[in-house]
Design a protein. Structure first.
Length: 230
């Protein structure tokens, strides 16, 4: 969609009013078991914009009509990392050179979030966008803060997509969400570099490949068939 004032492309997320409600408190009351909190996502992005965090899309406005709420943000020209990493050169040294600045930005972005006291808890290829500047430089944008938290320690609280979940999420022990974010970053970068997931699940008994890597390490890992998009 284009902004009528300056003709630039913008991204618009549309949510039914009957689902999103009128406030965070209202949403939590109506959806007590929901893990994705839209008002929390908006508040987090607004805060990150206010403090000058470079790796978040700019929140341009929130609008509402009778049926829907519209969240307008800046447009990421290259789509998400899932789409981006399917293209380009084959895995190898040349791809590592291309991915290096992306990896640096992603690690810087998560480090800055943690410095602000924020854990994301749902990092994945789909939740990192790529946009190209006028000078042809690629910049990442981290999205979907609906599972984010300012708490650091959790217990019996599983968040994120199966491939990206640190194994300690599946225990009854307290875990450090800064470290589980770091685990998700590692899986994301692995997938970008190799156009493949290292495993499909970290749940005990959920993926033989993860159990193999856990026991023998990556160097002994056999060829897999878990390509992105398959």
């Amino acid at each position: 969609m284009k902004d009528k004032d300056d003709n630039r492309l913008v991204a618009v997320k549309i949510m039914p009013n009957r689902w999103v409600g009128t406030s965070h408190t209202n949403f939590v009351i109506d959806h007590p078991s929901e893990t994705e909190l839209p008002w929390q996502d908006l508040g987090c992005v607004r805060f990150l914009n206010d403090v000058g965090f470079p790796y978040a899309c700019e929140l341009l406005g929130v609008y509402r009509d009778v049926e829907h709420t519209y969240v307008v943000t800046t447009f990421a020209t290259e789509g998400d990392l899932f789409s981006w990493c399917e293209g380009g050169v084959a895995p190898g040294h040349e791809r590592e050179i291309v991915v290096q600045p992306i990896a640096r930005q992603l690690m810087e972005g998560i480090q800055q979030l943690h410095d602000f006291g924020i854990v994301h808890r749902d990092l994945s290829l789909e939740n990192v966008l790529m946009t190209k500047t006028d000078s042809d430089v690629h910049i990442i944008k981290i999205i979907d803060f609906s599972m984010a938290s300012t708490a650091r320690s959790f217990r019996n609280c599983i968040r994120g997509k199966a491939s990206y979940q640190a194994p300690e999420l599946h225990t009854d022990q307290e875990y450090d969400a800064y470290l589980t974010d770091a685990f998700s970053v590692g899986v994301t970068l692995y997938a970008v570099l190799l156009k493949d997931y290292p495993w499909l699940s970290t749940r005990p008994g959920g993926c033989k490949c993860f159990e193999y890597v856990k026991k023998h390490g990556f160097r002994a890992c056999p060829r897999r068939n878990m390509r992105l998009g398959v």
